[in-house]
Each structure stands twice: as C-alpha cells, then as structure tokens.
Design a protein around this ligand. Structure first.
Ligand SMILES: Nc1ncnc2c1ncn2[C@@H]1O[C@H](COP(=O)(O)OP(=O)(O)OP(=O)(O)O)[C@@H](O)[C@H]1O
Ligand SMILES: [Mg+2]
Length: 478
C-alpha cells in the first residue's frame, strides 16, 4: 500500500510511524547498575552485591562461592545470567547479573540489571535503592571483623581495616557474648536495652545538645567478667575497641591527641582506672605530694573528665566509654558523679543462676541435667566465688561425673576459707542506670529472693545538684 499510494519521499516517515503504532509498548523499565561510576566504584553496585546474597532463592541454578584466608564465612554470589526476584512494599523487581566476556587486554565489565514496571519508577529508583543500600550497610556491619586497638602494638596483623594514626591494631576475636556471660538476666537485659536505645538516639542527642556517647563504669573483683562484658558489648554493637592504657600516656595533651585519633562507632576502654593515682579518691589518699607531682606532666582527673563531659566530650560520634575498676571505693567522687558515667555495673561474685550459664557454656545440656548441678547452685549462692574460678574448674575434664564433684569440693573449700574471713556474705549484681525518668529509685533482688524498692535521693558524698532527678537505680541479684 505504501508503495502504491505514498510518494517515495514520504515512505520512510510513514513506515516508521506505523512501526511505532503497531509495535506493542514495553511496560517494563530496566536500570543498569555498573560496577564503576566514572573513576569511582559504584556504591549501588557494591550494595546490590551484598544485598542480593541474602535474597538467593531456590529458583537460582548457579552460584559462585569463595573465601579469603582472613574471612570467617564463605562469600556466595550469583553467577552471570542468573536472575533474582525481590519484592518491596508489594511490588516485584527482577535483578540479573551480567558480565562481559573477557577480551584480550580488557578487563571484565560487570553490571546488574534491575527490571520493574515503568509505573514504579519513582518508588524503585528512590525508596527501593535506598533500602538496598541501607540493608547492605547492616549486612556489612554484621560481617565486620572487629579490631582491638592499642598504643602498645607496634605491628598490626592486618593492614586493611585498621584506622589511621599511630594505633597498633589486631582483629578482636574475643568469643564473649551476652549469651555466654554469666550475669543476672535482668542486669543483662538492662544493659542490652540501654545499648539499643543509645544506638537509636542520634536525633535525641542532637536535640538535647549532648554529645552522642554513653559511659559505663564496671566494677568488681578480678575474674568477675568486666573485660568479658566489654568484649560482649563490642560483639553486640559491632564496635571496635580502643584500649587506653593510662599509665603509658604521658600527659593530658597526649591523652587529647590519642582520643582524637580514635574512630567513631567504637568503645574506648580505660581498664583498672583505680591504678591511676590521679583518679583515686583525693580525700582518702594520704599522699598529697604524689598527687601534686602527678598533676605535673601526667594525665590528670580533670583531663579525663574534660573528655567525658567537658568541652572536648563532643569529639566523635557513637562512642561508648568504659572504665573498669576492682575498687570503686577508691575512685574520686568526681568521677562517679551523675552525668559522668551513665551506668554503674557491679560485676559481682558468681550466683547459682550465673553458674547455670557457665555450665551450659562449658558442659552443654548434660551438665544442666546433672543431679549435682542444683546442689552447686545453692553452694555458689552462699559463698564468694568468681566466674573465672568456676570456669577454670569446669575445664578440668570432659566428663560431668568427674568435673561436677570437683566443683563441689572446690566451692565447699572456698566457703570454709571465706567464712573464716567473715561471717556472712551478700551477693548482688547491681546496675545503676541513668534514665530520663523523673524519679530516682533503687530496685534490688538479692540471692535470697527478696526484692525491695526504695526511693533514693542524691545523698552520696560529692554528688552535685545536676541530674540528681534523672537517675534510676536498679540493684538486682543473679
Ligand atoms: N561473668 C562471666 N561470665 C562468663 N565467663 C566469665 C565471667 N567472668 C569471668 N569469666 C571467665 O573468666 C575469664 C576472666 O574474666 P575477665 O577477664 O572478664 O574478668 P575481669 O573482671 O575483667 O578481671 P580483672 O579485674 O582481673 O580484669 C574470662 O575469660 C572468662 O572465661
Ligand atoms: Mg579485666
């Protein structure tokens, strides 16, 4: 017809017009996500790679698997040509992975194709891709190998992933978690809740004009799990740990430089803070001369406090600051005042419940079902024995029938020794938490099962007026 009725000059035009009219229109749109974006890596490509690992379904026929010596887990990814279907707020999208054939001297080009209905363009290119990037960040955090930084380490075992500056760093592979920690379950819950709240409160801290950080004081005898709790916190939050050895820091200036070189999303640890004479209770310390000398060219208490709640406290974001001590009573009251440490956690001697956790860690169910277990719980409840001592006893053998009688005699022996030293003991895990409530209250559950609550005013020596009405005291037994 075109040949017969349309002049030659117009034929091409009409032919194109008819083509356009009769060819069915595609209802889908495909977005190409290249590996590189200009000369940079494409963040969306990397995010998609991580995100899609968690979306691999039973319909996928070919996968790639790999692992570097440093990686803990296998990395699984989809093979070229494979497709993955995902859904987002009721809409379906299809991902496919495309890889160019390698030509001589050329690098393989890789990209993802994301296909969806055209009408979803706005939703997919903004909300869905934002969701993919956010999810991938979460996955990255969970796969992260944590780092332990120390000024004493000159060499690092890992040159990728360590922060700059002159910190030495090794991978933190401490196995302690909140599940393996022998601690009163209520205290554990309280700490986990506090950490969760802290993570979610970026906007809150900004609104109230406070630095986004949280301070914990862990106190108790040696071997009760203070360092293990720090490792559990790091594993839970996926935060690196900076170990600040105060005795090796020359003065406040160096402390400032060291603290400023730490990274965000980290835990700064000042272990055995009472061993630094400057933070001991100055009224209780006789040796004034020593303190004067320490004020000259050493780290001073005010230098530390300046970073906790002074002008310098606003350095960095998402910081947890932990102080540990075996002797809380020796600390200067200025360090214990409200507003300084948000939570005071007493890591006390082991209790029956704590022993249960240790038995389940070390011996599994067999230990928990053993007839001696209950007897040991009762014994542990009535004497001062640390989780570290019990853990050592539980590692003596594999056989419950050998270990548990050994634990009985160990705890009985310890009980006799202790009762010679004093008549009675009171075992409690105490957690003092600063909250935003108006009331001050102290709650305690001791090992005898008694629970009491009492109103508590800011009476302690050295306590200032500030924040006195904004603390909750929780005392719980294991
Ligand atoms: N509460 C606990 N739960 C589980 N294991 C514990 C606990 N406390 C101690 N342990 C065991 O004892 C070992 C030593 O404990 P940890 O180093 O955490 O004690 P600490 O309170 O930091 O002691 P120190 O005051 O001497 O630094 C741990 O590696 C762990 O095996
Ligand atoms: Mg320790």
């Amino acid at each position: 017809m075109l040949h017969d009725f349309v002049p030659e000059q117009l034929r091409t035009y009409f032919s194109r017009l008819l083509d356009r009219f009769f060819t069915p229109k595609s209802k889908t749109l495909t977005v190409i996500i290249d590996e590189n974006f200009g000369s940079y890596r494409n963040q969306v490509f990397d995010a998609a790679e991580l995100y899609l690992r968690s979306k691999i379904g039973p319909e996928t026929e070919r996968l790639r698997v790999g692992k570097t010596p440093k990686q803990k887990h296998f990395t699984i990814s989809i093979e070229k040509g494979e497709e993955i279907v995902d859904s987002f707020e009721g809409s379906e999208v299809k991902w496919s992975y495309v890889q160019s054939e390698k030509e001589k001297g050329e690098q393989v080009k890789r990209h993802y194709e994301l296909t969806f209905e055209k009408k979803l363009r706005e939703k997919i290119t903004s909300s869905y891709l934002t969701h993919v990037v956010a999810e991938s960040e979460e996955i990255k955090r969970s796969l992260r190998v944590l780092k332990l930084y120390s000024k004493d380490l000159y060499e690092t075992d890992d040159d990728d992933g360590c922060a700059g500056g002159n910190w030495g760093c090794i991978s933190l592979e401490h196995p302690s978690t909140f599940e393996t920690l022998a601690m009163d379950p209520n205290a554990k819950k309280k700490i986990i809740g506090d950490l969760d709240r802290f993570l979610k409160r970026r906007e809150f801290y900004k609104r109230v004009g406070k630095a986004w950080k949280r301070g914990y004081l862990l106190y108790g005898p040696p071997g009760t799990g203070k360092s293990s709790l720090i490792a559990a916190m790091a594993n839970y939050l996926k935060f690196d740990v900076f170990d600040l050895e105060l005795s090796s820091i020359y003065d406040n200036g160096q402390l400032k430089r060291i603290l400023l070189s730490t990274t965000n999303r980290s835990i700064l640890v000042f272990e055995d803070i009472d061993c630094n004479s400057e933070v001991r209770d100055r009224e209780a310390d006789d040796d004034d001369q020593e303190i004067k000398r320490n004020n000259n060219g050493r780290v001073t208490l005010s230098g530390i406090l300046n970073f906790i709640d002074g002008l310098w406290s606003s350095f960095g974001d998402e910081r947890i600051i932990v102080f540990t001590t075996n002797h809380k009573e020796r600390l200067d009251p200025a360090l214990l005042r409200p507003g300084r440490m948000d939570m005071h956690i007493n890591m006390s001697y082991c209790t029956g419940l704590g022993f249960r956790t240790l038995v389940s860690n070390y011996l599994g169910l067999d230990g928990l079902n053993h007839p001696l277990c209950e007897e040991i719980e009762r014994l542990v409840d009535s004497t001062e024995v640390t989780p570290a001592e019990l853990a050592e006893e539980l590692m003596q053998d594999d056989d419950c029938d050998v270990i548990l009688p050994g634990v009985v005699s160990f705890v009985e022996k310890r009980k006799v020794e202790r009762s010679k030293a004093k008549d009675s003991v009171s075992i409690c895990n105490e957690v003092v938490v600063k909250t935003d409530d108006d009331d001050d209250e102290k709650q305690s559950v001791c090992t005898n099962g008694m629970r009491n609550r009492k109103k508590q005013a800011g009476k302690r020596k050295g306590r200032g007026a500030r924040n006195v009405n904004a603390r909750t005291y929780l005392q719980v037994g294991m």
